[in-house]
Ligand binder design. Structure first.
Ligand code: ADP
Length: 472
C-alpha cells in the first residue's frame, strides 16, 4: 500500500501529517493514503503559485505550449497506469477509465494550441488622435476544486486552459480520488513545469476551501461538484470578489419523439445513462418517450440493459462498476423504492448487489411526482415516462432548477429545431448520447452553473480584458 505526498512548490510534502484513506469501491479495500492537508498547506500552495505567476505569465504562449505538449506526451505514454489507478480508486471499468484519461488529455492537447490564439482587438476611436486597444491577460492564481466522478478530466479541463492562458494553479481533488490527480502532478513535474505552476493539495475540503476563498491572491475559483457546495463557494467568493466558474448538478431529460430512429435512441440513451454507472452530471435522468413508441422503446432498451455486466471494473467485459460509496447506494435505493410506491413498474434490475453495486434498472410507468424525476439519482436507474404533445414535453423537460444537458431523438428536422430551441439547457445531444469534447463549450443554464469549460469559451474564463486608450 502506497503512502502518497502532496505536490507543492515543486516538492512532495505532507509526510508528517495525518492521512486520509483511499478505498477501492469495488472491494472495499484500502489502497493508499494521502496527507490530510489543511489551511497551512493550502496557503503554502498559494504562496508558490503566486511566486511562480510572474515568470509563467511572462512566457510566450509558444513556450507555455511546449510544457503542455510535454505533459500531454507523458500522460499518453502512461495512460494505462493512470487508468488502472483510476479504476482502483473510483470504480469505473478499466476501458472507460482509459477513455477518460484520453479525453482528459485531449484538453491539454487542444489548449496547448489554443493558448496561441488569445487575440486582442483594435477599436476605432472617435478622435483622430486616439488609438484604442484591447489586450487579454491571465487572471492570476486560480484554485480548482474537483469531484470524484471524473478524477482526471475535471482537472485537465480546468488546468489546461488556465496554464495556457498564463495562470498558475492550486488544485484540490476529491478525497475519494486523489491518486489520479497526484499521478498527473508527477507527470507535470517530469514535464518540467517550473515549480509552483501546478500544486495539488489533498485533505480537509472545508479548511482548504476556506483558506483559498479568503486569500485575495486567488483571483479565480473553478469548481465542479454538487450545487450545494457550489453555492457555498460562490457565496464565499463574494468576500474577495473572485471570478467563479461552476459546473454543478444536472437532471438531464431525454425526449424521444414519434419520429425517432429507435436504434439510435436506444443506443444513445444507454450511452448517456450508464456511463460511469450513471454517476455523471450529464447522465439522462428522465426519459420521455412519445406514447406511440413507448412499448417498442421500453422493450428494445430493456433487452440491451439486461446485457450490461456489473462487477469489478478491472475484470474483462464489465460495463457497470460499483457506486462510489454507501450514500450513493442509499440514494439510488431510495429513488427506486419511491418510484415503486408511487406506481412505477420494474422492467429490469431494481436491486442492490452485495458491496457497492446496483443492478442497471429500467423503470416504466414513471410519473413526474417521483423523486427520480426531480432529483439527481447519480446511479444506474433509467425512468421511462410517456408524452403526447411537443409543447407539453418541452415544458416538462424544462420544469427543473437544473439546465445542464438534454437529449433529443428525432429524424424530423423541423421538430428537432423546435425542441432544441425550446430547451433551457446548456448542452443538447441531438441524436447523440455523448456530446462532450475538448473543443466545445460545456456548462449549464440555471442552477447547473456559471461559465463554460472547453473550446475557445473555456480559456476566456481565465483571462482578464484590459482596454488601453492611447493618445497620440
Ligand atoms: P459530491 O457530492 O459529488 O461528492 P461535492 O460538491 O461534495 O460533490 O464535492 C466536490 C468537491 O468539492 C470535492 O473535491 C470536495 O472535497 C469539495 N468540497 C466539498 N465540500 C467543500 C467545502 N465546504 N469547501 C470546499 N470544497 C468542498
Amino acid at each position: 500500500m502506497k503512502r502518497y505526498s502532496m505536490y507543492c512548490n515543486g516538492e512532495w510534502i505532507g509526510e508528517g501529517l495525518a492521512t486520509i484513506e483511499v478505498n477501492n469501491p469495488a472491494t472495499n479495500e484500502m489502497i493508499a493514503t494521502v496527507p490530510l492537508g489543511g489551511k497551512e498547506e493550502a496557503s503554502l500552495a498559494v504562496d508558490a503559485a503566486n511566486e511562480a505567476f510572474t515568470e509563467w505569465s511572462a512566457l510566450s504562449a509558444y513556450e507555455r505550449s511546449d510544457y503542455l505538449r510535454k505533459w500531454f506526451n507523458l500522460i499518453k505514454e502512461n495512460e494505462m497506469d493512470i487508468a488502472r489507478s483510476m479504476t482502483l480508486e473510483q470504480g469505473k471499468p478499466l476501458k472507460e477509465a482509459l477513455g477518460e484519461v484520453q479525453y482528459a488529455n485531449s484538453f491539454i492537447d487542444w489548449y496547448a494550441e489554443e493558448g496561441k490564439r488569445i487575440y486582442g482587438e483594435t477599436i476605432p476611436a472617435v478622435q483622430r488622435n486616439k488609438r484604442l486597444f484591447v489586450h487579454k491577460q491571465p487572471v492570476g492564481v486560480i484554485a480548482a476544486i474537483t469531484p470524484w466522478n471524473f478524477p482526471a478530466a475535471m482537472i485537465t479541463r480546468k488546468i489546461a486552459p488556465a496554464l495556457a492562458a498564463g495562470c498558475t494553479a492550486v488544485i484540490k481533488p476529491a478525497e475519494q480520488t486523489p491518486i489520479t490527480a497526484l499521478k498527473l502532478a508527477e507527470l507535470a513535474e517530469k514535464a518540467g513545469f517550473p515549480k509552483g505552476v501546478i500544486n495539488v493539495i489533498t485533505g480537509d475540503a472545508k479548511a482548504i476551501g476556506e483558506a483559498w476563498l479568503k486569500d485575495e491572491r486567488v483571483r479565480k475559483l473553478t469548481f465542479t461538484g454538487s450545487t450545494e457546495v457550489g453555492k457555498l463557494l460562490m457565496r464565499g467568493s463574494a468576500e474577495t470578489v473572485k471570478k467563479v466558474s461552476l459546473e454543478l448538478g444536472g437532471h438531464a431529460p431525454v425526449i424521444i419523439t414519434k419520429n425517432a430512429d429507435l436504434d439510435k435512441a436506444v443506443d444513445g440513451v444507454i450511452a448517456a445513462k450508464f456511463r460511469n454507472a450513471g454517476q455523471t452530471c450529464v447522465c439522462s435522468n428522465r426519459i420521455y418517450v412519445h406514447e406511440g413508441l413507448t412499448e417498442a422503446f421500453t422493450k428494445a432498451f430493456t433487452e440491451k440493459v439486461k446485457d450490461l455486466l456489473v462487477g469489478n471494473g478491472l475484470e474483462d467485459g464489465v460495463i457497470i462498476g460499483p457506486l462510489i460509496d454507501q450514500d450513493a447506494i442509499a440514494k439510488v435505493s431510495k429513488h427506486v423504492h419511491d418510484a415503486l410506491e408511487k406506481g412505477a413498474t420494474i422492467e429490469s434490475g431494481g436491486k442492490r448487489i452485495e458491496g457497492l453495486f446496483y443492478e442497471p434498472t429500467v423503470l416504466s410507468n414513471v410519473t413526474d411526482d417521483m423523486l427520480c424525476m426531480n432529483e439527481e439519482t447519480f446511479g444506474p436507474v433509467a425512468p421511462i415516462t410517456t408524452f403526447t404533445d411537443e409543447v407539453e414535453v418541452i415544458s416538462r423537460a424544462n420544469n427543473s432548477p437544473y439546465g445542464l444537458a438534454a437529449y433529443v431523438f428525432t429524424e424530423n428536422i423541423s421538430e428537432a429545431v423546435r425542441i432544441v430551441e425550446g430547451l433551457e439547457y446548456g448542452i443538447v445531444g441531438l441524436n447523440d448520447g455523448l456530446p462532450s469534447a475538448a473543443q466545445v463549450p460545456f456548462g449549464g443554464f440555471k442552477q447547473s452553473g456559471l461559465g463554460r469549460e472547453g473550446g475557445h469559451y473555456g480559456i476566456e474564463e481565465f483571462l482578464e480584458v484590459k482596454y488601453v486608450s492611447m493618445g497620440l
